[in-house]
Design a binder for this molecule. Structure first.
Ligand code: NOJ
Ligand code: CA
Length: 715
């Protein structure tokens, strides 16, 4: 048998295996442009189902699709209450191909190719006559699928009780997971077999968090990264989550089948819908090479093109800020300790005694502005500038901040003028303390104030339980809130970096003023006790799938006790901190340490001065989840390259062939590496800086310490 015949036979066998038991008919198969990915669709007993194979290997076994609708006691007779689970027959199906290259406003690469084959399946439900469309997009590196509900008299308003999208895994994969939770995504990632999630679950929950809302002992969040025993990397997440609740995955650990589990709102319901409408895309990335998980653009591609016409005001930004000193506990957000609590409008701050620990003073901010100007940083974030921090969190308090009134020792006007005179801008901070009603009421005034003083970026925050009380951080209504803020900000030419807001799903393609999100465990946890060294070699596989993270790297003084009473230390080496500017892609990068600490390690800080945060090209050179990531990036519009490598607590050796450099050119290469005896616990600040000339084809051999990393600039 020749190779082609053999491949054809293997393919037939795979399709037969995917189809398993006979389906009702109406089966369809569709392959990706390079034919590596294969989608099978069928209807089984009136229930739509699908499966996926990659290079002739099953990835998702037969999995069912459908939605349960609520029999809502509040619903009027106009609500459709019959589930959208079964009784379906195929009405029509269409196949098409799409191939387009687009340019992101900012990103890891200058161009992004969006190339897929599409299958549109129109279904009709017997008895009700209701119509539902399933749309599948099959890419070379994965599949996106979503439900669409056309406008129709048979289906108008409906309330989702649960979405029942299945992802049936083929085995007991290794998974990197955090517990499902309606309000927090700041847990440490667990590495375990799927079958071990249940026994590991209780310890994995961050019970100390104010709002822990776990729903099952096998519930996990997405993006969920997995690896099969035979070396397939599989990642499940979602794209374009708009006017819909965030999806979790609930595992049936007898069958290794995940099923979607949406975030409820205060009513317990999961989605209030009116046709025409659609769900977000459910995404499944697959490859036999871990690097493809990191370079995939599938999630961005499944989002709509940019809706902001003039994007000239959106720009990648490097910033420092009056921040880490508060997180570490050296200074405070609040101005006075005199008031145990504050009522907006009733407190005369001018008469209150300052506590002497307030961080955001005019004097201090001036110093940060000087530091930013001297070191080429674009902006200075200032937290604790506005009144209300005396009792800001966890009081179930609705009117916390007004976002417009500065503390008496913060000269809003003079500081902005001073910053602008030095070519620097201040970055606004809006901690909402999750009082969303309050924030929405003040939003226009807050953005007008920013416009008046020349701010063009805001960091928002959602610490604590949501008000309206009973709602959750990742519900449909909260997801609508976050997007509302981004859209309103765009009208004011303001970029948004939202902390504790929902994990991103690629919406930054459509609204590129969403330049950052936290939505995971950030550097702040190093001051609260630490994150494992493998944390940052997992995040690019999980949290970063949906969009950039404001991880706030660059803590060069890793031992906090050297300048504060905080006994904690950062769980990387100093060189490892530099690597994060490359391995944790973001158009918004903070130089998070204190100016004084940067002066102490000025030769290492040079890398942070030099490194870009917008790229024409990115090449993932090596990657393995929770082990190591090495990436080379070419700075936008220049010939400069930067390389970063980060590893876990085992250390790592990298051999990097500089094949990607321009032919015939000589580069000044500076390597910031762990010293021979460096170790994130015992000797974190041992680093060596070496300089040499290199050319295309030269080889760099670099050793990363336990919890270490390296950074290279090629100019
Ligand atoms: C939590 C955020 O992640 C952190 O960056 C911020 O400083 C505090 N909330 C206060 O808003
Ligand atoms: Ca946070």
């Amino acid at each position: 048998m020749n190779r082609i015949k053999l491949l054809a036979l293997m393919l037939l066998c795979t399709i037969a295996a995917m189809a398993q038991a006979a389906a009702d008919g109406g089966t369809r198969t569709l392959r990706s442009p390079n034919e590596n990915m294969l989608l099978w669709f069928g209807i089984d007993g009136g229930r739509p189902c699908y499966s996926i194979a990659y290079k002739q290997r099953p990835v998702v076994k037969r999995s069912y699709l459908g939605l349960q609708l609520a029999k809502d006691k509040h619903a009027s007779k106009k609500m459709d209450e019959t589930d959208l689970m079964d009784g379906f027959e195929l009405a029509d199906s269409k196949e098409s191909t799409f191939d387009e290259t687009w340019k992101p406003v900012w990103g890891e690469t200058r161009d992004i190719r969006n190339h897929y084959n599409e299958l549109e399946v129109a279904l009709k439900q017997r008895g009700t006559g209701r119509r539902m469309i399933l749309r599948f997009r099959v890419y070379d590196d994965g599949v996106g699928l979503r439900y669409e509900f056309p406008q129709q008299k048979e289906l108008n308003y409906f309330v989702i009780k649960e979405e029942k999208t299945q992802f049936a895994m083929t085995g007991d994969h290794t998974a990197w997971w955090i517990p499902g939770d309606y309000d927090t995504q700041e847990q440490e990632t667990q590495e375990s077999r799927l079958s071990e999630i249940r026994q590991r679950f209780h310890d994995a929950v961050n019970w100390g968090n104010s709002s822990v809302a776990v729903f099952s002992e096998t519930g996990v969040q997405t993006a969920l990264q997995m690896k099969s025993e035979d070396g397939l990397y599989i990642n499940i997440h979602e794209a374009a989550c708009i006017d819909y609740a965030t999806m979790h995955l609930n595992l049936d650990d007898r069958t290794m089948t995940f099923e979607s589990w949406l975030t409820p709102d205060a009513t317990g319901m999961k989605g209030y819908m009116q046709t025409p409408c659609q769900t977000p895309w459910r995404t499944i990335l697959v490859s036999d090479d871990a690097r493809d998980m990191l370079s995939s653009n599938l999630i961005l591609n499944l989002n709509e093109p940019c809706k902001i016409e003039d994007t000239s005001w959106i720009h990648p930004t490097k910033y420092c800020g009056v921040w880490w000193e508060m997180i570490v506990g050296k200074s405070a957000w609040n101005y006075t300790d005199e008031f145990p609590s504050v009522k907006l409008g009733l407190t005369d701050y001018d008469k209150a005694k300052p506590n002497g620990r307030h961080g955001a003073t005019t004097e201090k901010v001036r110093q940060y502005i000087d530091f930013a100007a001297e070191n080429g940083l674009d902006q200075v974030l200032v937290e604790g500038w506005n009144i209300g921090w005396e009792d800001w969190a966890n009081m179930w308090k609705q009117d916390v901040f007004d976002f417009t009134t500065p503390y008496p020792d913060f000269d809003l006007k003079a500081l902005n003028e001073y910053a602008h005179s030095k070519g620097v801008r201040l970055m606004m901070h809006h901690e909402t303390s999750s009082s969303v009603v309050n924030y929405e009421r003040h939003l226009t005034d807050a953005f007008n104030l920013m416009n008046k003083y020349g701010y063009d970026a805001v960091k928002t925050g959602y610490v604590g339980d949501i008000i309206p009380r009973g709602d959750h951080h990742f519900s449909q209504s909260m997801n609508n809130h976050y997007l509302h803020v981004v859209k309103e900000a765009a009208k004011h030419h303001i970029m948004v970096n939202a902390h504790e807001a929902v994990r991103p799903t690629g919406l930054c393609r459509t609204y590129p003023n969403l330049v950052g999100n936290e939505s995971a465990r950030g550097t702040e946890y190093e001051a609260f006790g630490g994150s494992r060294p493998d944390h940052t070699v997992i995040l690019p596989f999980t949290r970063l799938q949906g969009g950039p993270m404001d991880y706030t790297p660059g803590i060069l003084e890793t031992q906090l006790g050297t300048w504060s009473d905080n006994p904690n230390f950062v769980h990387t080496t100093l060189a490892g901190q530099l690597a994060l500017y490359l391995t944790m892609y973001s158009p918004l990068q903070m130089a998070a340490d204190l100016p004084g600490n940067y002066r102490k390690y000025d030769d290492a800080f040079q890398f942070i001065r030099d490194v870009a945060c917008d790229w024409d090209e990115s090449i993932y050179l090596e990657a393995e989840p929770a082990r190591y990531i090495t990436v080379a990036r070419k700075a936008k519009g220049t010939d400069k390259w930067f390389i970063g490598g980060k590893c876990n607590e085992d250390g790592h050796k990298s051999v990097i062939r500089l094949d990607f450099l321009d032919k015939g050119r000589t580069y000044d290469c500076t390597v910031y590496a762990d010293a021979k005896d460096a170790d994130y616990e015992k000797n974190p600040k041992a680093y060596v800086i070496t300089k040499r000339k290199v050319r295309k084809g030269d080889v760099l051999r670099l050793t990363e310490a336990r919890g270490g990393g390296f950074a290279v600039s090629l100019m």
